[in-house]
Design a protein around this ligand. Structure first.
Ligand code: SAM
Length: 327
């Protein structure tokens, strides 16, 4: 499985661009961009080269970690999936493309789409830092128009993107992305109730269009979670010195919450249960919240069931675990 921290080549490329940029100025730009996101303004605040770099320094490590965690979950369910082509929709600085390139050595062609010219320019610069992403095809334009002209790909990814669209655009884009998906479509969003709601809406829409869920859900049925609960996961990632400075943070790590869905053309062979929160381990039992093929369950594994208890002690939030009768 791929590690959640940025690949060395990408770190070097980002650090090289940091030379000559004041950390204080970058932190100010990153804070303004974050504020705009929080206020629902999207990526419109990223207008210059320095803005794009500030965004990448502040957010790329976390979105990379979330996409990597989602791809790791997908690879666990579909170990033989070896996509040759990638389409990264709303690619920004190329985060999901870097994550997919790390996860799948089979990938040969990389097509990226985005409306933001500053982020596109940064992605192209960062790509020249490594052999793998030197020849990416990065189309500048509105996603729907650019997608309509794009060739279909084995793997299509939209990472932290669909939240920037209104409901009608999002619905139309989901259909278009699915039409361009030869095998698997991965959508990743912030792990907030709103991010989850967008994931669930796309999931329902595309299941109705014939898609199957590979991860995280163990079924194609209705999500059993009821508000105020929502399905999300968390990925810990290291913070570099520059990352800490730009975020004005002390801790050497952060935990990124994310929601995701991976949809496939063909149903997957196995559907393990999914651990939906960090299990509680006591000397008496392990208590875990599981999404199972037949719905939600709070499973208790008593210590006296020694082998099962030993296995359940190792369960982590987000893991795929076998239900009774599965092997
Ligand atoms: C939060 S950024 C995420 C970037 C990248 N996928 C990542 O995970 O780091 C959202 C991206 O979606 C792009 N975007 C939003 N709406 C778009 C649209 N209608 N057409 C094309 N790109 C769009 C923005 O320009 C921005 O680069």
């Amino acid at each position: 499985m791929t590690a959640p921290d940025l690949p060395a080549e990408l770190k070097v490329a980002l650090d090289a661009r940091l030379q000559g940029l004041s950390r204080v100025e970058a932190a100010g730009r990153a804070a303004l961009i974050s504020r705009t996101y929080r206020d629902g303004g999207g990526s419109g605040a990223i207008a210059s080269e320095a803005d794009a770099l500030a965004y990448a320094l502040a957010r790329m490590p976390a979105t990379y970690a979330a996409v990597t965690a989602s791809l790791n979950a997908l690879r666990e369910i579909m170990p033989h999936f070896a996509p040759k082509s990638l389409l990264d929709v709303g690619a920004g600085p190329g985060t999901a493309t870097w994550a997919a390139a790390e996860a799948f050595s089979s990938l040969q062609t990389f097509t990226l789409l985005d409306a933001n010219s500053a982020l596109r320019a940064l992605a192209l610069e960062l790509g020249t830092g490594g052999a793998r992403l030197r020849d990416i095809n990065y189309q500048l334009g509105q996603a729907r128009a650019a997608l309509a002209d794009a060739a279909a790909a084995d793997l299509v990814v939209a990472s932290y993107m669909i939240g920037e669209l209104n409901d009608a655009e999002r619905k139309a884009l989901a259909d278009l992305m699915w039409a361009k998906t030869r095998d698997t479509l991965l959508i990743v969003e912030p792990g907030t109730p709103a991010g989850y709601a967008r994931i669930i809406a796309a999931r329902e829409q595309l299941i109705a269009a014939g898609a199957h869920v590979a991860a995280p859900c163990p079924h194609d049925g209705k999500c059993p979670l009821v508000a105020p609960d929502w399905c999300h996961f968390t990925q810990r990632l290291p913070r570099s010195r520059a990352h800490k400075q730009i975020k004005g943070a002390e801790l050497p790590f952060e935990d990124e919450k994310f929601s995701y869905v991976a949809l496939t053309r063909a149903p997957v062979a196995q559907h393990p249960a999914r651990v939906l929160a960090q299990p509680v381990v006591t000397k008496v039992e392990v208590t875990a919240k599981l999404c199972k093929s037949d719905g939600l369950a709070i499973t208790k594994v008593p210590r006296r069931a020694r082998a099962d208890y030993a296995r359940a002690r190792r369960w982590r939030w987000g893991d795929a675990v076998m239900e009774e009768g599965q092997s």
